[in-house]
Design a protein around this ligand. Structure first.
Ligand SMILES: [Mg+2]
Length: 122
């Protein structure tokens, strides 16, 4: 069974890009356009990993991260934001990784492998 990833981003182009690239890697991907939608999907979909945009209309990704961890603290969450948008040190937050958005998903994929397949990641 392929591992399940929930991609949360208010930008459709990013949702489509991540979905396509991560499906190519063999993951089962679902997308949500808002934090609110993501919180409805999580209990049914039981994602192995969530990729969460920080800046979205309505509830922020950081708020949604906290709520997801309240539902199930074992679900890893990777926070994403545009370059320069956030200067805080996210290592001190509850997120499992923090990635600056890029058209090149290599860094994101590396974090995903490290979290989901620690033995094979290099
Ligand atoms: Mg956004």
């Amino acid at each position: 069974m392929s591992q399940k990833i929930l991609v949360v981003d208010d930008e459709e182009s990013i949702r489509l890009l991540y979905q396509e690239e991560l499906e190519d890697e063999g993951y089962h991907v679902k997308t949500a356009a808002s934090a609110e939608e993501a919180l409805e999907i999580v209990p049914d979909f039981h994602p192995d990993l969530v990729i969460m945009d920080i800046k979205m209309p309505g509830m922020s990704g950081v708020e949604a991260l906290i709520k997801i961890k309240e539902m199930d603290r074992n679900i890893p969450v990777i926070l994403c934001s545009a370059y320069g948008e956030y200067k805080q040190d996210f290592s001190t937050w509850a997120s499992d990784a923090y990635v600056v958005k890029s058209a090149n998903l290599n860094e994101l994929k590396k974090h995903i492998r490290t979290i989901l397949d620690p033995e094979t990641a290099s």
